[in-house]
Design a protein around this ligand. Structure first.
Ligand SMILES: [Zn+2]
Length: 374
Protein backbone atom coordinates (compact mmCIF):
# COMPACT_ATOMS: atom_id res chain seq x y z
CA UNK A 1 0.00 0.00 0.00
CA UNK A 2 1.37 3.37 -1.01
CA UNK A 3 0.58 6.75 0.51
CA UNK A 4 -0.94 7.76 -2.81
CA UNK A 5 -3.69 5.19 -2.23
CA UNK A 6 -4.59 6.75 1.09
CA UNK A 7 -7.59 9.03 0.91
CA UNK A 8 -6.69 12.56 1.99
CA UNK A 9 -4.49 12.69 5.16
CA UNK A 10 -2.07 15.06 3.45
CA UNK A 11 -1.17 16.82 6.70
CA UNK A 12 -0.26 13.83 8.84
CA UNK A 13 1.51 12.28 5.86
CA UNK A 14 3.74 15.28 5.14
CA UNK A 15 4.39 15.69 8.87
CA UNK A 16 5.63 12.09 9.07
CA UNK A 17 7.70 12.29 5.89
CA UNK A 18 9.34 15.38 7.30
CA UNK A 19 10.07 13.53 10.56
CA UNK A 20 11.57 10.62 8.62
CA UNK A 21 13.80 12.91 6.53
CA UNK A 22 15.03 14.53 9.72
CA UNK A 23 15.85 11.05 11.08
CA UNK A 24 13.44 11.58 13.95
CA UNK A 25 10.79 8.96 13.42
CA UNK A 26 10.04 7.57 16.91
CA UNK A 27 10.30 3.81 17.40
CA UNK A 28 6.68 3.68 18.52
CA UNK A 29 3.86 5.67 17.00
CA UNK A 30 0.19 5.83 17.89
CA UNK A 31 -1.97 6.53 14.84
CA UNK A 32 -5.19 8.09 16.13
CA UNK A 33 -8.39 9.02 14.31
CA UNK A 34 -12.12 8.35 14.12
CA UNK A 35 -13.72 5.19 12.74
CA UNK A 36 -13.19 4.66 9.05
CA UNK A 37 -10.64 7.40 8.33
CA UNK A 38 -8.04 4.84 7.24
CA UNK A 39 -5.72 4.34 10.21
CA UNK A 40 -4.68 0.80 9.31
CA UNK A 41 -4.05 1.59 5.61
CA UNK A 42 -2.00 4.56 6.80
CA UNK A 43 0.07 2.32 9.12
CA UNK A 44 0.69 -0.16 6.31
CA UNK A 45 1.67 2.63 3.89
CA UNK A 46 4.14 3.90 6.47
CA UNK A 47 5.52 0.39 7.05
CA UNK A 48 5.96 0.05 3.30
CA UNK A 49 7.65 3.43 3.02
CA UNK A 50 10.26 2.67 5.66
CA UNK A 51 11.03 -0.76 4.21
CA UNK A 52 10.85 0.16 0.51
CA UNK A 53 14.14 -0.47 -1.30
CA UNK A 54 13.67 2.51 -3.56
CA UNK A 55 11.52 5.16 -1.88
CA UNK A 56 11.05 8.67 -3.27
CA UNK A 57 10.79 11.78 -1.13
CA UNK A 58 7.06 11.29 -0.78
CA UNK A 59 6.16 7.62 -1.27
CA UNK A 60 7.32 4.04 -1.50
CA UNK A 61 8.10 2.82 -5.04
CA UNK A 62 5.30 0.26 -5.11
CA UNK A 63 7.33 -2.07 -7.33
CA UNK A 64 10.32 -3.40 -5.37
CA UNK A 65 10.19 -6.82 -3.75
CA UNK A 66 9.63 -5.31 -0.28
CA UNK A 67 6.69 -3.23 -1.53
CA UNK A 68 5.21 -6.25 -3.27
CA UNK A 69 5.40 -8.41 -0.19
CA UNK A 70 4.04 -5.76 2.18
CA UNK A 71 1.24 -5.02 -0.22
CA UNK A 72 0.16 -8.65 -0.05
CA UNK A 73 0.67 -9.04 3.68
CA UNK A 74 3.47 -11.58 3.27
CA UNK A 75 6.60 -9.62 4.23
CA UNK A 76 8.44 -11.68 6.88
CA UNK A 77 9.50 -8.58 8.85
CA UNK A 78 6.12 -6.89 9.02
CA UNK A 79 4.13 -8.47 11.83
CA UNK A 80 0.50 -7.86 12.75
CA UNK A 81 -1.37 -8.03 16.01
CA UNK A 82 -5.14 -8.04 15.52
CA UNK A 83 -7.88 -8.24 18.13
CA UNK A 84 -9.21 -11.79 18.01
CA UNK A 85 -11.48 -14.12 19.98
CA UNK A 86 -9.62 -15.76 22.83
CA UNK A 87 -9.63 -19.51 22.32
CA UNK A 88 -7.40 -22.52 22.60
CA UNK A 89 -6.88 -25.33 20.16
CA UNK A 90 -5.12 -28.53 21.19
CA UNK A 91 -4.01 -26.77 24.37
CA UNK A 92 -2.47 -23.85 22.48
CA UNK A 93 -3.70 -20.26 22.65
CA UNK A 94 -4.87 -19.03 19.27
CA UNK A 95 -3.02 -15.99 17.95
CA UNK A 96 -3.32 -13.50 15.11
CA UNK A 97 -1.40 -15.83 12.80
CA UNK A 98 -4.18 -18.41 13.15
CA UNK A 99 -6.65 -15.89 11.72
CA UNK A 100 -4.32 -14.03 9.43
CA UNK A 101 -5.22 -15.68 6.11
CA UNK A 102 -8.82 -14.52 6.50
CA UNK A 103 -7.69 -11.02 7.35
CA UNK A 104 -5.19 -10.85 4.50
CA UNK A 105 -7.75 -11.97 1.92
CA UNK A 106 -10.03 -9.11 2.95
CA UNK A 107 -7.81 -6.23 3.98
CA UNK A 108 -5.35 -6.39 1.11
CA UNK A 109 -8.13 -6.38 -1.46
CA UNK A 110 -10.17 -3.69 0.38
CA UNK A 111 -7.77 -1.65 2.52
CA UNK A 112 -10.66 0.28 4.02
CA UNK A 113 -11.84 -2.93 5.62
CA UNK A 114 -13.19 -2.01 9.04
CA UNK A 115 -13.02 -3.40 12.52
CA UNK A 116 -16.75 -4.08 12.56
CA UNK A 117 -16.42 -6.14 9.39
CA UNK A 118 -13.56 -8.04 11.00
CA UNK A 119 -15.74 -8.73 14.02
CA UNK A 120 -18.48 -10.07 11.78
CA UNK A 121 -16.00 -12.19 9.87
CA UNK A 122 -14.88 -13.81 13.12
CA UNK A 123 -18.14 -14.38 14.93
CA UNK A 124 -21.02 -12.23 13.77
CA UNK A 125 -21.07 -9.52 16.44
CA UNK A 126 -21.51 -11.17 19.76
CA UNK A 127 -18.13 -12.03 21.20
CA UNK A 128 -15.55 -9.60 22.51
CA UNK A 129 -12.36 -9.36 20.51
CA UNK A 130 -9.20 -8.47 22.32
CA UNK A 131 -5.42 -8.58 22.28
CA UNK A 132 -4.11 -11.16 24.73
CA UNK A 133 -0.97 -11.52 26.77
CA UNK A 134 -0.01 -14.58 24.69
CA UNK A 135 -0.18 -12.45 21.58
CA UNK A 136 2.17 -9.86 23.01
CA UNK A 137 4.67 -12.50 24.17
CA UNK A 138 4.68 -13.90 20.65
CA UNK A 139 5.17 -10.41 19.17
CA UNK A 140 8.11 -9.88 21.49
CA UNK A 141 9.65 -13.18 20.41
CA UNK A 142 9.31 -12.27 16.73
CA UNK A 143 10.78 -8.81 17.13
CA UNK A 144 13.77 -10.22 18.95
CA UNK A 145 14.67 -12.30 15.91
CA UNK A 146 17.02 -10.78 13.35
CA UNK A 147 15.31 -9.07 10.43
CA UNK A 148 14.88 -11.57 7.61
CA UNK A 149 15.03 -9.24 4.67
CA UNK A 150 13.66 -5.87 5.68
CA UNK A 151 15.47 -2.72 6.55
CA UNK A 152 13.25 -2.57 9.62
CA UNK A 153 11.20 -4.96 11.69
CA UNK A 154 7.72 -3.60 12.03
CA UNK A 155 4.90 -4.47 14.37
CA UNK A 156 1.47 -3.18 13.44
CA UNK A 157 -1.12 -3.36 16.22
CA UNK A 158 -4.67 -2.74 15.08
CA UNK A 159 -6.91 -1.14 17.71
CA UNK A 160 -4.54 -1.00 20.65
CA UNK A 161 -7.48 -0.11 22.93
CA UNK A 162 -8.43 -3.79 22.69
CA UNK A 163 -5.33 -4.71 24.67
CA UNK A 164 -5.99 -5.81 28.25
CA UNK A 165 -3.84 -5.14 31.30
CA UNK A 166 -1.87 -8.40 31.19
CA UNK A 167 -1.18 -7.90 27.49
CA UNK A 168 -0.08 -4.35 28.15
CA UNK A 169 2.27 -5.48 30.91
CA UNK A 170 3.90 -7.96 28.56
CA UNK A 171 4.12 -5.24 25.91
CA UNK A 172 5.54 -2.46 28.04
CA UNK A 173 9.17 -3.55 28.01
CA UNK A 174 9.05 -3.97 24.25
CA UNK A 175 7.59 -0.50 23.91
CA UNK A 176 10.21 1.07 26.15
CA UNK A 177 13.25 -0.75 24.83
CA UNK A 178 12.46 -2.21 21.44
CA UNK A 179 15.15 -4.24 19.67
CA UNK A 180 17.25 -2.34 17.13
CA UNK A 181 15.66 -1.24 13.88
CA UNK A 182 12.16 -1.89 15.14
CA UNK A 183 9.14 0.27 14.47
CA UNK A 184 5.92 -0.25 16.39
CA UNK A 185 2.80 1.24 14.77
CA UNK A 186 -0.43 1.19 16.74
CA UNK A 187 -3.84 2.38 15.63
CA UNK A 188 -6.46 3.66 18.00
CA UNK A 189 -9.91 5.21 17.69
CA UNK A 190 -10.25 6.43 21.25
CA UNK A 191 -6.99 7.34 23.05
CA UNK A 192 -8.95 7.61 26.32
CA UNK A 193 -9.54 3.88 26.26
CA UNK A 194 -5.85 3.00 26.06
CA UNK A 195 -4.15 1.98 29.27
CA UNK A 196 -2.23 4.96 30.63
CA UNK A 197 1.02 3.01 30.82
CA UNK A 198 0.98 2.67 27.04
CA UNK A 199 -0.56 6.03 26.25
CA UNK A 200 2.15 7.96 28.09
CA UNK A 201 4.95 6.21 26.21
CA UNK A 202 3.84 6.91 22.65
CA UNK A 203 4.12 9.78 20.26
CA UNK A 204 0.94 10.34 18.33
CA UNK A 205 -0.17 11.31 14.89
CA UNK A 206 -3.78 12.29 14.31
CA UNK A 207 -5.54 11.48 11.07
CA UNK A 208 -8.12 13.91 9.75
CA UNK A 209 -11.81 13.24 9.44
CA UNK A 210 -12.76 12.49 5.83
CA UNK A 211 -14.97 15.02 4.09
CA UNK A 212 -18.09 14.24 2.07
CA UNK A 213 -16.06 14.91 -1.07
CA UNK A 214 -13.28 12.52 -0.02
CA UNK A 215 -15.73 9.70 0.56
CA UNK A 216 -17.75 10.46 -2.56
CA UNK A 217 -14.56 10.34 -4.64
CA UNK A 218 -13.73 6.97 -3.14
CA UNK A 219 -17.21 5.63 -3.92
CA UNK A 220 -17.14 6.89 -7.49
CA UNK A 221 -13.71 5.39 -8.07
CA UNK A 222 -14.08 2.03 -6.33
CA UNK A 223 -17.79 1.37 -6.18
CA UNK A 224 -18.68 2.56 -9.61
CA UNK A 225 -21.69 4.63 -8.63
CA UNK A 226 -22.84 7.95 -9.99
CA UNK A 227 -22.01 11.33 -8.57
CA UNK A 228 -25.33 12.14 -6.92
CA UNK A 229 -25.71 8.78 -5.22
CA UNK A 230 -22.08 8.96 -4.08
CA UNK A 231 -22.66 12.37 -2.51
CA UNK A 232 -25.77 11.15 -0.70
CA UNK A 233 -24.11 8.05 0.67
CA UNK A 234 -21.01 10.05 1.62
CA UNK A 235 -23.13 12.56 3.52
CA UNK A 236 -24.92 9.75 5.36
CA UNK A 237 -21.69 8.00 6.29
CA UNK A 238 -20.63 10.40 9.07
CA UNK A 239 -17.07 10.73 7.76
CA UNK A 240 -16.64 6.97 8.12
CA UNK A 241 -15.67 5.10 4.99
CA UNK A 242 -16.75 1.75 6.46
CA UNK A 243 -20.30 3.08 6.81
CA UNK A 244 -20.17 4.35 3.24
CA UNK A 245 -19.02 0.96 1.98
CA UNK A 246 -21.70 -0.81 4.00
CA UNK A 247 -24.39 1.53 2.62
CA UNK A 248 -23.40 0.80 -0.96
CA UNK A 249 -23.43 -2.92 -0.33
CA UNK A 250 -26.69 -3.33 1.56
CA UNK A 251 -29.18 -2.60 -1.17
CA UNK A 252 -30.05 -0.31 -4.01
CA UNK A 253 -32.81 1.07 -1.81
CA UNK A 254 -32.01 4.67 -0.98
CA UNK A 255 -31.37 4.67 2.74
CA UNK A 256 -31.97 8.35 3.26
CA UNK A 257 -35.24 8.37 1.40
CA UNK A 258 -36.44 5.35 3.36
CA UNK A 259 -35.48 7.08 6.60
CA UNK A 260 -37.26 10.32 5.75
CA UNK A 261 -40.47 8.61 4.64
CA UNK A 262 -40.52 6.36 7.69
CA UNK A 263 -39.90 9.23 10.12
CA UNK A 264 -42.65 11.33 8.53
CA UNK A 265 -45.11 8.47 8.94
CA UNK A 266 -43.98 8.03 12.56
CA UNK A 267 -44.45 11.72 13.33
CA UNK A 268 -47.92 11.82 11.82
CA UNK A 269 -48.76 8.63 13.68
CA UNK A 270 -50.27 6.99 10.61
CA UNK A 271 -49.77 3.34 11.44
CA UNK A 272 -50.74 1.98 8.06
CA UNK A 273 -48.18 4.22 6.49
CA UNK A 274 -45.59 3.31 9.11
CA UNK A 275 -46.05 -0.36 8.28
CA UNK A 276 -45.71 0.38 4.57
CA UNK A 277 -42.57 2.47 5.10
CA UNK A 278 -40.96 0.10 7.60
CA UNK A 279 -41.62 -3.01 5.53
CA UNK A 280 -38.68 -2.65 3.12
CA UNK A 281 -36.46 -2.25 6.18
CA UNK A 282 -37.58 -5.21 8.23
CA UNK A 283 -37.75 -7.41 5.13
CA UNK A 284 -34.22 -6.43 4.08
CA UNK A 285 -31.03 -8.11 5.26
CA UNK A 286 -29.74 -7.71 8.79
CA UNK A 287 -26.88 -5.66 7.36
CA UNK A 288 -29.36 -3.25 5.81
CA UNK A 289 -31.26 -2.97 9.07
CA UNK A 290 -28.11 -2.19 10.97
CA UNK A 291 -27.10 0.39 8.36
CA UNK A 292 -30.56 1.91 8.53
CA UNK A 293 -30.38 2.39 12.29
CA UNK A 294 -26.83 3.71 12.09
CA UNK A 295 -28.04 6.22 9.53
CA UNK A 296 -31.01 7.15 11.71
CA UNK A 297 -28.67 7.85 14.65
CA UNK A 298 -26.52 10.06 12.48
CA UNK A 299 -29.54 11.90 11.06
CA UNK A 300 -31.12 12.52 14.46
CA UNK A 301 -27.81 13.84 15.79
CA UNK A 302 -27.49 16.12 12.77
CA UNK A 303 -31.07 17.36 13.11
CA UNK A 304 -30.28 18.17 16.72
CA UNK A 305 -27.23 20.17 15.61
CA UNK A 306 -29.62 22.22 13.50
CA UNK A 307 -31.82 22.60 16.55
CA UNK A 308 -28.78 24.01 18.37
CA UNK A 309 -28.07 26.31 15.40
CA UNK A 310 -24.81 24.47 14.72
CA UNK A 311 -25.47 23.26 11.17
CA UNK A 312 -21.82 23.71 10.24
CA UNK A 313 -20.88 20.69 12.40
CA UNK A 314 -23.33 18.37 10.66
CA UNK A 315 -22.22 16.73 7.42
CA UNK A 316 -25.28 17.12 5.25
CA UNK A 317 -26.22 17.37 1.59
CA UNK A 318 -28.54 20.27 0.62
CA UNK A 319 -31.49 17.85 0.54
CA UNK A 320 -30.71 16.54 4.01
CA UNK A 321 -30.16 20.08 5.27
CA UNK A 322 -33.67 20.99 4.17
CA UNK A 323 -35.08 18.05 6.12
CA UNK A 324 -33.01 18.86 9.22
CA UNK A 325 -34.23 22.47 9.18
CA UNK A 326 -37.81 21.31 9.52
CA UNK A 327 -37.31 18.34 11.81
CA UNK A 328 -35.05 20.28 14.20
CA UNK A 329 -38.07 22.28 15.36
CA UNK A 330 -39.63 19.09 16.77
CA UNK A 331 -36.61 18.18 18.86
CA UNK A 332 -35.54 19.08 22.37
CA UNK A 333 -32.40 17.83 24.15
CA UNK A 334 -34.45 15.37 26.18
CA UNK A 335 -36.40 14.04 23.18
CA UNK A 336 -33.19 13.66 21.21
CA UNK A 337 -31.60 11.67 23.99
CA UNK A 338 -34.63 9.41 24.33
CA UNK A 339 -34.80 8.80 20.58
CA UNK A 340 -31.10 7.96 20.44
CA UNK A 341 -31.51 5.53 23.34
CA UNK A 342 -34.38 3.79 21.53
CA UNK A 343 -32.32 3.55 18.35
CA UNK A 344 -29.39 2.07 20.26
CA UNK A 345 -31.70 -0.48 21.88
CA UNK A 346 -33.16 -1.41 18.50
CA UNK A 347 -29.64 -1.87 17.14
CA UNK A 348 -28.83 -4.23 20.03
CA UNK A 349 -31.97 -6.27 19.41
CA UNK A 350 -31.21 -6.56 15.70
CA UNK A 351 -27.65 -7.67 16.42
CA UNK A 352 -29.07 -10.17 18.90
CA UNK A 353 -31.30 -11.63 16.14
CA UNK A 354 -34.64 -10.40 17.48
CA UNK A 355 -37.64 -10.46 15.14
CA UNK A 356 -37.03 -7.44 12.89
CA UNK A 357 -40.69 -6.67 12.26
CA UNK A 358 -41.36 -6.48 16.00
CA UNK A 359 -38.25 -4.37 16.57
CA UNK A 360 -39.15 -1.80 13.91
CA UNK A 361 -42.82 -1.69 14.87
CA UNK A 362 -41.97 -1.12 18.54
CA UNK A 363 -39.34 1.44 17.60
CA UNK A 364 -41.83 3.37 15.45
CA UNK A 365 -44.35 3.40 18.27
CA UNK A 366 -41.82 4.59 20.85
CA UNK A 367 -40.58 7.35 18.58
CA UNK A 368 -44.17 8.44 17.92
CA UNK A 369 -44.78 8.72 21.68
CA UNK A 370 -41.54 10.62 22.25
CA UNK A 371 -42.18 13.09 19.45
CA UNK A 372 -45.74 13.74 20.63
CA UNK A 373 -44.71 14.19 24.25
CA UNK A 374 -44.78 17.70 25.61
ZN1 LIG B 1 9.46 -0.22 -2.93
Amino acid sequence: MQFQQIINQENPKSHLLHTIRAGKLPHALLICGGEGVGKLPFAVALAQYVNCLNPSETDSCGTCIACHKINQGIHPDVHYVLPIIAATKSGRHLLTEDYFDGFRARFFTHPYYGFEEWQQTLDGDNKQLFISVHEMREAKRKLNLKAFEGKNKILIIWNIEKMRVEGANAFLKLLEEPPEKTLILMTCTDPNKILTTINSRCQRVYLDRLSIDDIAQYLIQYKNIDNQQAMEIAAASDGNIHNARAYTEVSSLSLHETYVNWLRAVYIGDFNKITTEAEPVYKASKEFQKSFIRLAVKQIRDSFLYHLSLPQIALATPREAEFHQKFAALLTPSKTERILTELENAQRYIIGNANAQLVFTALSLKLFIILKDN
